[in-house]
Write a protein that binds this ligand. Structure first.
Ligand SMILES: NC(=O)C1=CN([C@@H]2O[C@H](COP(=O)(O)OP(=O)(O)OC[C@H]3O[C@@H](n4cnc5c(N)ncnc54)[C@H](O)[C@@H]3O)[C@@H](O)[C@H]2O)C=CC1
Ligand SMILES: Nc1nc(O)c(N)c(N[C@@H]2O[C@H](COP(=O)(O)O)[C@@H](O)[C@H]2O)n1
Length: 284
């Protein structure tokens, strides 16, 4: 069935109730756009995987795992977060829409702000990119693209040196390149810095959707200490070897001791059609 035929997407009240304890609290009605609340941004890590922990058949290959019900669940999550974040690999490979297409009867409403981690500005965003079309049509928000501040310069808080055509496309719908110091190894941002940018932009919650590199780095310390909840769709299929796999690096144990695995606690799970959705919090 095509994407168009499956939509609009709906979710049952009982399914929404299962997810509620893992969602960010709704923002207070009178919240200022730049919150002064000292509590950090709520971070939900969420993705769909196969039984052998794959996100996609191969790097760069958009692969449908979620069935209609769990896809609707993802769009419900999108409507309950202020931002949705993916890595440049996903933006380049998938041309994702990154909006919520939940039907109005299912409590749809707000759209999340798409955020792309793209230190080298390799995502060739253009007029036809889905996320731009959605923003232009009022079906989603324009993306913020986080780029390496040292590579693209910084003038008055604005990134310079990025491709002018791409910048014009982004800005024409209200999006922006945002420069950020890449303090991590291999020219990567530290997660704490990424979240600080989102908070500074007045975004109180983010769902981090993928892909493989983003998820694996967030599940490793210190990133995993910043995650409030994890919601994983498990599809009843094995994608086989060679896929994009979720398998974070092990935490190093003390000399001679085994590494401590990352584990979920406070776990709930529920069938969504033929998929299973597993929710939990990372055990500290
Ligand atoms: N099944 C699912 O739920 C999902 C599947 N996917 C799949 O995952 C695949 C893409 O995964 P990957 O190739 O691993 O790419 P990715 O989406 O994780 O992006 C990796 C890139 O993001 C940037 N990046 C990641 N972490 C960063 C950090 N801390 N600081 C700065 N930049 C950072 C870098 O440019 C890096 O090359 C695609 O095939 C896509 O279809 C993606 C999202 C969800
Ligand atoms: N929940 C979920 N199930 C799947 O089967 C998937 N392949 C994904 N992928 C993620 O969703 C993005 C596509 O979003 P749009 O439908 O275009 O808005 C894709 O880029 C991945 O982040 N997710």
């Amino acid at each position: 069935m095509s994407e168009q035929e499956q939509e609009p997407l709906t979710i049952q009240p009982a399914q929404a109730a299962l997810l509620t304890p893992y969602l960010p609290p709704p923002p207070p009605a009178s919240s200022p756009s730049h919150s002064t609340n000292p509590k950090k941004i709520h971070v939900t890590l969420t993705y769909a995987q196969s039984l052998d922990s794959s996100l996609a058949l191969a790097p760069g290959l958009r692969t449908v795992l979620s069935g209609a019900q769990s896809k609707a669940m993802t769009h419900f999550l999108r409507s309950r977060h202020a931002a949705i974040l993916v890595g440049a690999g996903t933006a380049v490979a998938d041309d994702p829409g990154l909006n919520s297409r939940l039907s109005s009867g299912s409590g749809a409403g707000s759209q999340p702000r798409p955020v792309v981690l793209d230190p080298r500005a390799r995502w060739a965003v253009h007029e036809g990119s889905k996320v731009i079309r959605h923003a232009r049509d009022g079906k989603g928000l324009a993306p913020f693209v986080l780029v390496d501040q040292d590579r693209f310069g910084m003038e008055l808080g604005d990134a310079s040196g990025v491709d002018e055509g791409r910048r014009r496309v982004l800005e024409s719908v209200g999006g922006r390149y945002i420069p950020l110091k890449a303090r991590g190894p291999n020219g990567r941002f530290e997660w704490v810095d990424v979240l600080a940018v989102l908070e500074r932009e007045g975004l109180g919650s983010v769902m981090i959707e993928g892909g493989g590199e983003v998820i694996n780095s967030l599940l490793a310390p210190p990133g995993n200490g910043l995650v409030d909840s994890v919601i994983v769709t498990i599809a009843p299929t094995w994608l086989g070897r060679g896929g994009v796999v979720v398998s974070p690096p092990r935490m190093r144990g003390e000399e001679g001791a085994h590494a401590t695995p990352v584990r979920l606690t406070d776990v709930s799970c529920c069938p969504f059609g033929e998929d299973v959705v597993l929710c939990g919090r990372i055990l500290r």
